[in-house]
Design a protein around this ligand. Structure first.
Ligand code: P6P
Length: 281
């Protein structure tokens, strides 16, 4: 596992350089979820693939940007990754990220053994979740990630990231979001899952919601590459992660690019979600 983490650090440094120097333009292709790709999606995917295929403990990799996995002869772990999540935000200079789920014997929630994400913002930071959740920050001068602190969620927060197209929210979901704002929660939503969830984690509490909607009942965010890794991070940090009814890590992936409604946060907020969704679809 250490070898994987060290090679993800190397990939992150190369990706952060590419973000600063490469063209943010679009390419003509789409990824497996139908998202229009930007050049940096392809560049980042190539960088991660290079490092992961050269990691002896990695047996298979699958990218959000590709239809199916690349498999090697030997290795123990399977790595599912989103090389540059939220890449459409780069041309407006907002923070983006890379997400990695480290799996063993399958890609269901129960198979995830570690999760890592990188935030490319004013600083480059990496969060590594194994038994505990650790924050690292890139020392640009030394070209190394330095350990900063352990991250933990308290049982209640003050910020709320309400994803999804509001006109397509189910009425009970809208009532829940409105009532939290009436309680004084502050809106914190950039459209980038990595910085939005990173902010709640560093502020030690709150709620990020990307629900099922009338136009997308299974939500938008992908189980293997986005949802399971962040569910692992939040649970290891003392928080909760549900689909509205049950623990996200109890879910199975029906196919590589399967999606699910998802809620990540502290105990108070997730209990509110479970109460709201009880008996609903
Ligand atoms: P919306 C970025 O495209 C992404 O996959 C996540 O990073 C983010 O949370 C979500 O989509 C934003 O979706 O519908 O709010 O634009």
């Amino acid at each position: 596992m250490t070898e994987i983490i060290e090679n993800i650090k190397r990939a992150a440094i190369e990706i952060s350089e590419a973000i600063k120097t490469q063209d943010t333009g679009k390419v003509e292709t789409q990824n497996s979820s139908g998202d229009i790709q930007v050049k940096l999606d392809v560049i980042s995917d190539t960088i991660v693939e290079k490092y992961m295929l050269n990691t002896s403990s990695v047996k298979e990799i699958i990218s959000e940007e590709k239809e199916s996995p690349v498999t090697k002869e030997r290795g123990k772990y399977m790595v599912a990754y989103d090389p540059l999540d939220g890449s459409s935000l780069i041309d407006v200079d907002l923070s983006v990220g890379s997400i990695f789920g480290i799996y063993e014997n399958g890609y269901n929630g129960e198979n995830i053994k570690a999760a890592i994400y990188v935030v490319y913002g004013p600083r480059v930071e990496m969060v590594v979740a194994r038994d505990v959740v650790e924050l690292f920050r890139l020392n640009e001068k030394r070209g190394e990630f330095e350990f900063i602190k352990e991250l933990k969620l308290q049982n209640k927060g003050k910020i709320l990231g309400p994803g999804g197209t509001q006109k397509h929210w189910y009425p009970y979901h809208k009532e829940m979001i409105d009532s939290l704002f009436q309680e004084g929660y502050r809106l914190r939503y950039s459209g980038g899952m990595v910085p939005d969830l990173h902010q709640i984690l560093l502020k030690e509490g709150g709620l990020f919601a990307y629900p099922g909607t009338t136009d997308k009942p299974k939500g938008k965010l992908r189980k293997l590459f986005e949802v399971f890794p962040f569910a692992y991070v939040y649970k290891k940090a003392g928080g909760y992660a549900v689909d509205g009814h049950k623990d996200l890590l109890s879910l199975k992936a029906e196919h590589y690019h399967d999606t699910t409604p998802c809620f990540f946060g502290s105990e108070y907020e997730i209990n509110r979600v479970l109460e709201t969704y009880k008996g609903k679809k």
